[in-house]
Design a protein around this ligand. Structure first.
Ligand code: DCP
Ligand code: CA
Length: 405
């Protein structure tokens, strides 16, 4: 029996969450990113802002020039995480086979889950309606017999669309589309294929496999199958996060030690809060520094005992920062922290360890308060100085990255 896969992607996610919370923003060009005067980039743009060419990843300064009347908002990650959680929960009412990708998209295998719906199409309509009723967010949905076709379909019908590719129609659907629509085809692959005179998915599909392999190497095999509408990948439940990281790009390059430490403190707090909410501890702590010339270094150490205590992780990160700054005196553009070697609570450090227990209780109490009243409700020690006016670091902030990077 043919499988029935849905790919569901929320439209203009960060912006739509802001619009759902403040309806005055609806129907207007809205851009979520960092400070438009600074060096941040566009994270999400409303569809009203897109006709002039604004897209994710574009420097905010350029977006401001292209669309001066746009409303610029800073990203509020806890809101997006909350919406994402509720989105995935709704999906769970339609099928247990969910594979979330990032915060705002997921595959759903609904093979055999049609009951009580007349068809996958009707199921998708009900799903879209629920997402809208409960979250005030629109979703675009692709329906197909495999992941790659469902994903391309949802992309093509954005925003607020629904596109079903019937079994057997995959190749005809894909043939005329540009190769760049295939997930995995980036600028470089597009260029390599272009040099071979291949611009559409159909042209790629009709090439003999060994020619594709010669040009693109091993990844060419999968791309060649996808181009022919063949994709046997199953829906995979999200794996355990292998690392948690967060980083920050400054508005101005800096060598100011206090400023760097204050930001490191904030990043550590975020990462440790996430560790605790996942009931995990980390064995390895790494910092990442990007210098003004974009050279990027990573320094890592392994802890004697896995920890999720902010004070412990921060002390380690500070040592790494001290060492790195002693070796290199160039102004810094970006600072990041990553914890990895994650272990579950059952493998925790000895009970009644008075050295770690108190800070841990304090951390947990602070997590509760921040969850209730927002991230700025409490500041401790060094993290306070991040607010001081000569240190306005906020330019670009990516959300917490869970994964194996
Ligand atoms: N995002 C980001 N930086 C990027 C790309 C995306 O911070 N360079 C964040 C903001 C987006 C969210 O991830 O809202 C989802 O990314 P999408 O690529 O799905 O973009 P949108 O949901 O904003 O728009 P679309 O309607 O095209 O899906
Ligand atoms: Ca999206």
């Amino acid at each position: 029996m043919a499988r029935c896969i849905l790919h569901i992607d929320l439209d203009a996610f960060f912006v739509s969450v802001e619009q759902a919370l403040n309806p005055e923003l609806k129907g207007k060009p809205v851009i979520v990113g960092g400070d438009p005067q600074g060096r941040g980039v566009v994270a999400s743009a409303s569809y009203e802002a897109r006709p002039v060419g604004i897209h994710a990843g574009m420097p905010l300064s350029r977006a401001r020039r292209l669309c001066p009347q746009a409303i610029f908002l800073r990203a509020n990650f806890s809101r997006y995480r909350d919406a994402s959680y509720r989105f995935v929960k709704i999906l769970g009412d339609f099928s247990p086979y969910i594979e979330p990708l990032g915060l705002d998209e997921a595959y759903l295998d609904v093979t055999g889950c049609e009951e009580p719906y007349e068809s996958p199409h009707q199921l998708a309509l009900v799903l879209k309606a629920r997402v809208y009723q409960e979250l005030k967010l629109t979703a675009s949905v692709g329906i197909a017999t495999c992941k790659v076709v469902a994903k391309i379909a949802s992309d093509l019908c954005k925003p607020d669309g629904l596109l079903e590719i019937a079994p057997g129609e995959e190749q005809a659907f894909l043939n005329p589309l540009p190769v760049a629509k295939l997930p995995g085809v980036g600028k470089k692959t597009e260029q390599s294929l272009g040099e071979m005179g291949i611009t559409t998915i159909g042209e790629l599909a009709s090439l003999p496999l060994h020619i594709v392999r010669r040009s693109l190497g091993m990844p060419g095999t999968a791309l060649h199958s996808y181009a022919r509408g063949i994709d046997t990948r199953k829906i995979e439940a999200p794996g355990e996060a292998k690392s948690i990281s967060q980083e920050l790009t400054f508005a101005r390059d800096t060598l100011n030690r206090n400023f760097l430490e204050a930001n490191l403190h904030n990043l550590c707090q975020e990462v440790c809060r996430e560790l605790r909410s996942q009931n995990k501890r980390a064995k390895c702590v790494a910092i990442r520094l990007r210098y003004a010339d974009f050279r990027t270094i990573t320094r890592q150490v392994t802890l004697k005992e896995a920890s999720h205590v902010t004070r412990v992780i921060l002390a380690t990160a500070q040592q790494l920062l001290t060492k790195a700054m002693a070796q290199q005196e160039k102004p810094i553009r970006l600072i990041g922290i990553r914890v990895s070697g994650l272990v579950g609570e059952e493998k925790q450090v000895p009970l009644f360890n008075s050295a770690t227990e108190k800070p841990e209780h304090l951390d947990r109490a602070m997590d509760t308060i921040r969850r209730k009243y927002g991230p700025t409700a409490i500041r401790t020690g060094n993290s306070m100085s991040r607010d001081s006016s000569q240190m306005s670091p906020w330019a670009e902030e990516r959300f917490l990255i869970f994964g194996s990077q």
